[in-house]
Design a protein around this ligand. Structure first.
Ligand code: B12
Length: 325
């Protein structure tokens, strides 16, 4: 177990950026970067998953480059961490030595799906903050009887991924990310009269986001589509205390539990929650699925948190639960 504090951050920053002497305005940002990097290193080390660290560092490399830092900043930070841990912690040092990410490129998002035009229009209306046109683009699809699952997976989801990429490239602000989320959530709520009018003939499903993770759109989409597909869903949203999730599982006795996570720093909490759910006496013996960005990037990660399975997206999840219907 490695513990970090302000002194550790500054010691590493001194190796990473010795000339800076904590004076210029980049310093605050650099301290933050060291702090986040250590959080990712910690979780990757504790779960013994190099991929978490490697994915993060290649993502950070691009972020720093887009913010005007030199091209190889992430590699330089990695070397600084290695120098620091060489004398401080042999195990972390050897973990870092194996977790080489040299040459690993961060994949930029590109969408080539069947509703490419609608996707492009929706994205551009959002970026231009044209709410009426954004809503109209989607409502026109609804009026053409395009299935909601297609609208979710082929327009709303890729738009959000693209918004994330634009933020990563320093082309839009966090506020725009929020705005895109709010519009998308509003549009999703317009489907509710259609989504919730179905009968429940497939069993109960509980879903939520783990820890104080804020990313909840993906699991909300999943819950909506499962509801429409005949599941009796209970979506608990985000920021729900683990004890409350356990209480809900015990009282509802679902067939499926769907736990979502986007930021890897919540993986330990997810692992603990799964282990606590398994200790409950629930007659339905629920199947625990996990999903979200880290599980897309590493297909064996679900085993590390002791989940029963994972799915990449709504369609993949629908396919995988067929056997439990
Ligand atoms: C919207 C958004 C936000 C919103 C979230 C609002 C909300 N209420 O949800 C806000 C602005 C709050 C936010 C904050 C942050 N974000 Co953010 N965010 C995004 C963004 C743009 C879209 C997320 C989304 O809605 N995706 C669309 C849904 C439909 O896709 P999905 O989540 O992947 O879900 C699908 C699958 O994963 C799967 N799935 C999901 N859950 C489950 C569960 C089960 C059981 C199963 C089977 C499947 C499954 O099925 C879903 C449907 O197909 C992403 C970009 C991206 N690539 O995702 C960044 C992104 C995730 N954020 C990022 C970051 C860095 C942050 C911040 C740290 C900084 C910031 N940008 O503000 C904070 C951290 C907040 C926190 N503590 O959690 C990074 C993460 C990078 C990394 N290293 O991991 C991303 C990737 C952006 C980027 N390219 O850099 N964010």
């Amino acid at each position: 177990m490695i513990e970090f504090n302000e002194t550790v951050y500054r010691d590493i920053l001194n190796i990473y950026n010795p000339e800076n002497k904590h004076k210029d305005k980049l310093n605050k940002k650099s301290i933050q970067d060291v702090k986040y990097t250590l959080e990712f290193l910690k979780i990757a080390y504790e779960l013994n998953k190099e991929s978490i660290y490697i994915n993060y560092m290649s993502w950070l490399g691009l972020l720093l480059e887009n913010l005007g830092f030199p091209k190889n900043s992430a590699e330089h930070l990695h070397e600084s961490l290695s120098i620091y841990f060489k004398t401080k912690d042999e195990d972390v040092y050897s973990f870092l030595k194996n977790a080489s990410f040299k040459g690993i490129k961060y994949n930029r998002f590109k969408y080539e799906g069947k509703y490419k035009e609608e996707y492009k229009n929706y994205l551009s209306h959002i970026l231009n903050r044209n709410k009426p046109k954004a809503i109209k683009t989607i409502m026109d699809m609804k009026d053409q009887d395009i299935p909601i699952i297609d609208i979710y997976t082929s327009v709303l989801q890729p738009t959000m991924y693209k918004v994330g990429q634009l933020w990563h490239e320093n082309k839009i602000s966090v506020a725009m990310e929020h705005y895109a989320t709010v519009i998308t959530q509003y549009i999703m709520s317009l489907f509710y009269s259609t989504l919730f009018s179905n009968t429940h003939n497939k069993g109960k499903l509980i879903s939520c986001v783990v820890g104080n993770e804020l990313h909840e759109l993906g699991i909300r989409m999943i819950s909506d589509i499962f509801e429409q597909d005949g599941w009796d869903t209970t979506f608990l949203g985000s920021n729900i205390p683990p004890a409350e999730v356990l209480r809900m599982v015990k009282s509802i006795e679902p067939r499926i539990i769907a736990l979502s996570l986007t930021m890897p720093e919540h993986l330990s909490e997810l692992k603990t929650l799964i282990s606590d759910i398994r200790k409950l006496e629930v007659t339905t013996n629920p199947i625990i699925f996990v999903g979200g960005r880290p599980f897309i990037l590493d297909e064996t990660l679900y085993e590390t948190v002791n989940a029963d399975d994972y799915a990449l997206d709504i369609e993949d999840f629908l396919k995988k639960v067929k056997q439990f219907e």
